[in-house]
Design a protein around this ligand. Structure first.
Ligand SMILES: Cc1cc2nc3c(=O)[nH]c(=O)nc-3n(C[C@H](O)[C@H](O)[C@H](O)COP(=O)(O)OP(=O)(O)OC[C@H]3O[C@@H](n4cnc5c(N)ncnc54)[C@H](O)[C@@H]3O)c2cc1C
Length: 386
């Protein structure tokens, strides 16, 4: 199992302190505005070394193993919103892992180093209006033309996009088969032909900006290709593993806050001459949810160990993401019920958690897509999804 060393504990303290001082006092304001100041917040995090924990030291990272990323992500999950951890996750664990692993030194110097320092905001642009779960069927095309690619297409639901300095974009670069025609390309957001649409109004994760991005004959130097042309699909599948592990870590403490705040609320609230919490139906249910949460934590730590050992973590990461999706629906829904009418009021924390966490079973690989991967790796189903 994952062991906590004094170094892990130190990192955990730093992140928790950062959340207490720099995030939680401002969450209500950012949620109301529908956006948080990514550039300012990321710079502060970059200065503390929190955006490149496992990234190579040559590009400003700390070069630590992935258990440190997990510990930091769990601590960031003490934020009183899901939007900030999601935005930070995009920067460090969704838009940049492939760049870090496969990008050329020049590319990493130009984009990874400033992302780690908090000087550039990153987005990952995979999903499209017509292709979310079915990643292989994306239509955005980057046509090789002399020393450039010329990109046309559109991406949908892109986190951080209205503040991004660059996008890591999954594109088609040839007419070969669906899994060998794809590439990942870094695209600076200020190039001619890029248009970021209006912020989408979301049910939850409101302090995180999400928008569509359009590419109209955007010229990008061929040097901005990550690794080899045609390997984009497998790079993205590798990148997804970090995204899924970190996604679980971000949610653990937010789900814990859901349970804890419900214990507090139901202890204070009296009905039929006793605290609501004194009803066996309620305290048994909370005990059951706490047990589920601890099982998920154990699964995450086991998957992290596998990943650190360099073994294929796809099955375990998919199982953890699947279980997380289920609990992100079950825990907030059960807890909100015990808050009664107050649970239905937007200002309560249980209401925010309920709204924020609903997306977890959908984004970054829907629960059904996870089941597809798991059953394929169990050898009981061989067709799509990949
Ligand atoms: C807040 C938010 C932030 C996001 N951020 C980003 C981002 O930064 N970058 C990015 O690229 N994308 C992002 N996304 C997009 C997200 O990853 C997609 O929404 C997700 O992959 C699902 O794709 P879809 O919406 O097209 O659903 P669809 O593919 O249309 O699927 C709809 C539903 O059908 C079901 N389903 C799908 N496949 C199967 C199957 N094989 N078997 C059974 N049922 C199935 C699932 O229940 C699924 O939810 C974000 C989305 C949201 C809501």
């Amino acid at each position: 199992m994952m062991k906590m060393t004094p170094e892990h504990e130190e990192l955990q303290r730093t992140v928790r302190q950062f959340v207490d001082n720099e995030i939680n006092p401002f969450v209500d304001e950012w949620e109301a505005e529908g956006i948080f100041p990514a550039k300012t917040l990321f710079k502060k995090m970059g200065d503390l070394g929190l955006l490149g924990i496992s990234k190579p030291e040559a590009f400003g990272g700390s070069g630590l193993d992935y258990s440190f990323e997990i510990v930091a992500a769990e601590a960031l999950g003490t934020a009183h919103c899901g939007g900030i951890p999601m935005a930070v996750g995009v920067q460090s664990n969704m838009a940049t892992p492939a760049l870090s692993l496969f990008g050329s030194d020049e590319l990493r110097k130009e984009f990874l180093a400033p992302a780690v320092a908090g000087d550039k905001v990153a987005s990952i642009a995979v999903s499209e209006p017509g292709a979310g779960s079915d990643v292989a069927s994306i239509k955005t095309y980057a046509k090789p033309d002399g020393d450039d690619y010329v990109i046309n297409g559109s991406k949908m639901w892109i986190t951080n996009s209205t503040q991004a300095d660059f996008f890591c974009v999954l594109v088609n670069t040839s007419d070969d088969s669906m899994h060998s025609n794809k590439s990942l390309v870094i695209v600076p957001s200020d190039l001619p032909g890029i248009m970021v649409g209006e912020r989408l109004h979301k049910m939850g994760m409101r302090c995180s900006d999400t928008a569509p991005v359009f590419f109209d004959n955007v010229r990008v130097p061929r040097g901005y290709l990550i690794g080899e042309q045609g390997k984009g699909f497998s790079y993205q599948m590798i990148q997804f593993q970090e995204e899924r592990l970190i996604g679980v870590a971000f949610c653990l403490n937010y789900l814990q806050l859901c349970i804890d705040s419900t214990i507090e609320y139901t202890k204070d609230r009296k009905a039929f001459n006793q605290s609501l919490l004194d009803n066996q139906l309620i305290h048994f249910r909370l005990a059951e949810l706490q047990t589920e949460l601890e099982s998920l934590r154990a699964l995450l730590y086991q998957a992290t160990e596998i990943y650190i050992a360099g073994d294929d973590v796809t099955k375990m990461a998919s199982m953890a993401k699947f279980k997380l999706g289920q609990l992100c629906r079950e825990i907030p829904d059960a807890c909100l019920q015990f808050w009664g009418g107050m649970g239905y009021i937007e200002e309560t924390i249980v209401n925010r958690i309920y709204r924020d966490m609903r997306v977890v079973a959908i984004a970054g690989g829907a629960s059904e897509v996870m089941l597809g991967i798991i059953s394929k790796l169990m050898g009981i189903h061989t067709s799509k999804p990949a």
